[in-house]
Design a protein around this ligand. Structure first.
Ligand code: CS2
Ligand code: MN
Length: 351
């Protein structure tokens, strides 16, 4: 297991690389060019800049999260070929500097969704919360407004470009059924996977978060059968997964250790975090420790250990603790604690 840590870049993340370097066992940063709009080609000069910054701290840049997929590709409109061509160029540019894994997702319009970014937990810390009933009664634009108002940082996957066109997008998605979305994903993968394979890049799709449809939009990367289907769309070592326990784990029907054993070497990137599910369908992100949430983290790490996992792993979202002011889910402290918990389990299994 190669431990890595998400970093939003110089001037965009409150955490300096020098601090990331001090978390035991962290080998690299998980990064992206957050100022390049989805659909645009990532310029090599900008990529090299990040590489240079990370190298100063002896951190690798092997994993990118994420190269976002333009809505035209998900919608299957005419302009998709142009955006797919750009995507291929980005894959090639990333390969040139030694990137190994590209995480991406195929969620229409929104990336992850929560109803409260800073919900207080019993211990006085805060964490991201999903209130089922509230979301069901919410208008998508209210949600966006609420987030735009409270945030001090930009949220990953919530590009203004995409959100500005919210109403148009919802209109366009009216004709996109789940089946259509599958077709569009297949079209995309058939184009990009051969390029990834040729350049020794592993594409790793991130599951939908939460793993069910929201606001009537189709969502497909949600459970075991669907992931099997995805892997069959294009059979290649480069067509793989970001296995996110927090996303898939919001649905209690997903047996995560079993899925890890089944998908094995198709998991190129592990996102490991805990969530506490409530009976009414709500869930909140908790500390990584097994006892603090609904996901048996020991069994997760054990499954990775049993399959001889050598891929990349990162703690995923954490709580906001010790007064840290940070981007929702991406503080330093709780994610660093999470890493030490994961190492604790891993190292005892190694013995
Ligand atoms: C989320 C996502 O699970 C997560 O880490 O923060 O924003 C994730 O980075 C994207 O869905 C990947 O494409
Ligand atoms: Mn994740």
């Amino acid at each position: 297991m190669e431990m890595v840590f998400r970093w939003f870049g110089e001037g965009n993340d409150h955490i300096p690389l020098s601090h990331i370097k001090q978390i035991p066992g962290v080998k690299g940063v998980v990064w992206a060019l957050h100022d390049v709009e989805p659909g645009e080609k990532w310029p090599i000069e900008k990529i090299l800049e990040v590489k240079k910054q990370a190298e100063q701290f002896d951190l690798n840049i092997d994993v990118v999260e994420s190269v976002n997929v333009h809505e035209a590709i998900k919608l299957g409109t005419n302009s998709r070929d142009m955006y797919i061509a750009n995507y291929k160029e980005t894959i090639k540019n990333l390969a040139k500097v030694g990137v190994k894994v590209i995480c991406y997702n195929f969620m229409p319009v929104f990336d992850w969704i929560r109803t409260d970014l800073f919900k207080e937990l019993e211990d006085g810390s805060t964490a991201m919360f999903y209130e089922k009933a509230k979301l069901e009664n919410m208008n998508p634009s209210d949600l966006v407004e609420e987030f735009l108002k409270t945030k001090e940082f930009t949220l990953p996957g919530w590009e203004p470009e995409r959100l500005d066109r919210l109403f148009d997008l919802f209109e366009s998605y009216k004709s996109v059924t789940e089946e259509k979305l599958w077709e569009n994903l297949k079209y995309f993968l058939e184009e990009i996977i051969p390029v990834a394979e040729e350049h020794d890049i592993k594409m790793a799709i991130h599951p939908d978060d939460p793993p069910w449809s929201i606001f009537g939009l189709p969502r497909i990367i949600t459970r075991k059968e669907n992931i099997k289907k995805l892997l069959k769309l294009v059979d290649s070592p480069s067509n793989g997964l970001t296995f996110c326990t927090g996303s898939l784990g919001a649905n209690s029907l997903n047996n995560l250790p079993e899925m890890i054993r089944e998908f094995g070497n198709k998991i190129h990137f592990a996102h490991i975090r805990n969530v506490r599910r409530m009976e009414n369908g709500d869930f909140i992100e908790t500390s990584h420790r097994t006892q603090d949430g609904s996901i048996d983290m020991f069994e997760i790490v054990k499954a990775y250990h049993d399959i001889g996992f050598t891929g990349y792993a990162r703690p995923d979202h954490g709580r906001h603790i010790w007064g840290e002011k940070c981007r929702p889910g991406y503080g330093l402290y709780d994610r660093a604690l999470g890493i030490m918990y994961l190492w604790g389990i891993w190292d005892s299994l190694q013995r």
